[in-house]
Design a protein around this ligand. Structure first.
Ligand code: ARG
Length: 585
């Protein structure tokens, strides 16, 4: 809010002094440290450099034109041309007053809304969703919520893996080994068993492998029996997905699995060949480097023993089957034709970064005119590790199923809640534990920089102190309770901020909008986590330092107002991360 206001005015002053300056580069952000004031701008140095001006002189000239006395104290030029802005206490009080009257909650919708497709979660059919799926699902969901809150148009798309060679083996298993009772009891476990069993047999027995190939070819040719079984496997898997998405509170606008693009694939290959981008190679069809990029940046080359060798992108196998790449190319074409998005975000494991670099590159050569219209971005993330630093597994060494993980989170949270609140009923414990347990798992996953690996720890994530969901949820609960206990606030009282803890809290509230904007642009929900943790900490310090209900007017009304706004921002912020709040904890 203020950062945007100051930025607009700063841009006006810069354009008055230096009409040819690139105004988009002129930016204002919250100060990194309180000693630099409340906001800072480092942009004038770059402007001066581009225009070959003396930076300090430029800064002085800009300040002479900057009309900002109603918002800030006289602006300071630091070092070679940094600008430091200190808000007038009256300006901050005004902003709070507007928020209390419902004018805003410290953010504004984007001035120019963008449309964005977010591809996330995307599990595979006939397999259990495991702990790793929390990453794409949680980060993707937080991103869709953040972008939507800022007024952007979002299409969330679950690109489920419902097509591919695994169905050959699954079909053999279904036809020869299926245990109907087991399927009724736990369809995913039974399908997983079928796959593993047939897969093992294929290794030892070429006849089974051959049968799997034939079943696959028949499926692809539209054999009614195989299609029927395949559809049943998807239906059963979708139950599992829906139950987990229900628990996680995640929704998609569309679920267009890989099979949706199947009819397009022959055309995609033909078109790539006709455009001279792809060619036959050893019976397959592939895209090779065209050597227009420096080899280091070319995703279709790799350095081997000091030489650059081809790693072509395969788009049709020698047996006529299509590849992951082919489907993804068809998917981009479909998304552009259907939604003409400004951006497509792929929230997928960093281990697929090579695939996406290749995909974006091949697409740029296939459809050079469309390529620039939509920004294609791989939003990658790292691994979840166990306490031993190796990929997180169960004690027996299996992958941890997502459903089991969420069950355990709720159970553990329930123990904590029951200890803290013996006065509540078992039913209440359960509901609070659901909110806290699922919230804790999500927060732990959203908090680290997404590209880093992190260590999974029950104790850390469920701690009531520290940078955790339960801590932030608890501060929300406290603030909301003060507001309820206060009854109606006297809106006629002026907003007065004098105590350092009041000022610190108010200033932090003010930066909600900046945080949302940065989190959306860089696709980093962790910015919002850290902002909310700091907000919760500021709130807690304020609440300890400043009596609220017993204070005299006009302080009482201001403080109740601060509690109210803190509660509202904490709740909205948590919900925007896909985390619920509760009024009792
Ligand atoms: N189903 C894939 C997997 O589990 C992820 C799909 C990601 N999205 C995409 N458009 N490739 O690895």
């Amino acid at each position: 809010m203020f950062h945007l206001e100051i930025e607009t005015r700063l841009r006006a002053a810069v354009s008055a002094v230096a009409p040819s300056a690139d105004l988009a580069t002129v930016q204002v952000r919250p100060a990194a440290e309180a000693r630099f004031g409340d906001f800072q701008s480092n942009s004038l140095m770059a402007v001066a450099k581009a225009l070959r001006l003396n930076p300090r002189q430029l800064a002085a000239d800009v300040l002479a034109r900057l009309d900002i006395a109603d918002l800030c104290e006289p602006v300071e030029i630091a070092g070679p041309g940094f600008l430091n802005f200190r808000l007038l206490p009256g300006a901050l009080a005004r902003l709070l007053g507007e928020a209390l009257r419902g004018g805003h909650l410290f953010f504004r919708p984007a001035a120019s809304p963008r449309s964005v497709v977010i591809d996330f979660s995307s599990p595979n059919v006939a397999k259990p969703m495991h702990v790793g799926h929390i990453r794409s699902t949680g980060i993707g969901d937080a991103l869709q919520r953040i972008w939507r809150l800022l007024g952007h148009r979002v299409v969330s798309d679950n690109h489920i893996g419902d097509w591919g060679t695994q169905f050959g083996k699954l079909l053999v298993g279904w036809k020869t080994l299926l245990d109907r009772d087991a399927l009724d009891r736990d369809p995913i476990a039974e399908m997983e068993r079928l796959y593993k069993e047939v897969n093992a047999r294929c290794d030892a027995d070429p006849a089974t492998l051959d049968r799997a190939r034939r079943e696959l070819v028949q499926l692809q040719a539209g054999d009614p029996e195989n299609l029927g079984i395949w559809k049943e496997m998807i239906r059963l898997s979708q139950f599992q997905f829906d139950s987990l998405y229900g628990r996680l509170g995640v929704r998609f606008d569309v679920t267009l699995g890989e099979s949706f693009y199947n009819p397009e694939l022959p055309g995609v290959v033909e078109s790539l060949v006709a455009a001279g981008v792809a060619r036959e190679s050893e019976g397959a069809v592939a895209v090779f480097s065209d050597h227009t990029l420096p080899p280091k940046e070319d995703p279709l080359l790799v350095s081997k023993d000091g030489e650059w060798v081809d790693i072509p992108a395969l788009i049709r196998k020698s047996d006529g089957g299509f590849n992951y790449m082919t489907t993804d190319l068809a998917t981009i074409a479909h998304r552009l034709a259907t939604w003409a998005p400004d951006e497509i975000l792929y929230v997928v494991d960093d281990r697929q970064s090579g695939h996406f670099r290749g995909l974006f590159h091949v697409f740029s050569r296939w459809r050079p005119d469309d390529f620039g219209k939509s920004q294609l971005r791989h939003i990658g993330f790292g691994k979840i590790l166990g306490e031993d630093g190796k990929p997180f597994k169960t004690r027996s060494g299996d992958t941890v199923k997502l459903a089991d993980l969420l069950d355990e989170a709720e159970e553990r949270a329930q123990k904590v809640v029951a200890e803290k609140r013996p006065d509540l009923t078992a039913e209440e414990w359960k509901e609070i534990a659901r909110i806290v347990g699922i919230g804790a798992v999500k927060w732990q996953d959203l908090l680290p920089n997404r590209q880093s690996d992190y260590v999974f720890s029950w104790d850390k994530m469920l701690a009531l102190q520290g940078n955790t969901a339960p801590y932030v949820q608890y501060q929300y609960t406290r603030a909301a309770k003060v507001v309820r206990d206060a009854g109606t606030r006297d809106a006629a009282q002026p907003v007065t901020l004098s105590e350092p803890a009041e000022l610190a809290l108010a200033k932090h509230l003010m930066n909600f909008g900046f945080t949302l904007q940065a989190a959306a642009e860089e696709c980093r929900p962790n910015y919002l986590c850290n902002y909310l943790f700091e907000l919760a900490s500021h709130y807690s310090r304020f609440y300890e330092a400043c009596p609220v209900l017993k204070a005299e007017e006009p302080s009482r009304s201001t403080r109740v107002g601060l509690c109210d706004l803190s509660a509202r921002v904490l709740k909205l912020g948590l919900n925007t991360l896909g985390i619920e709040t509760t009024d009792r904890m």
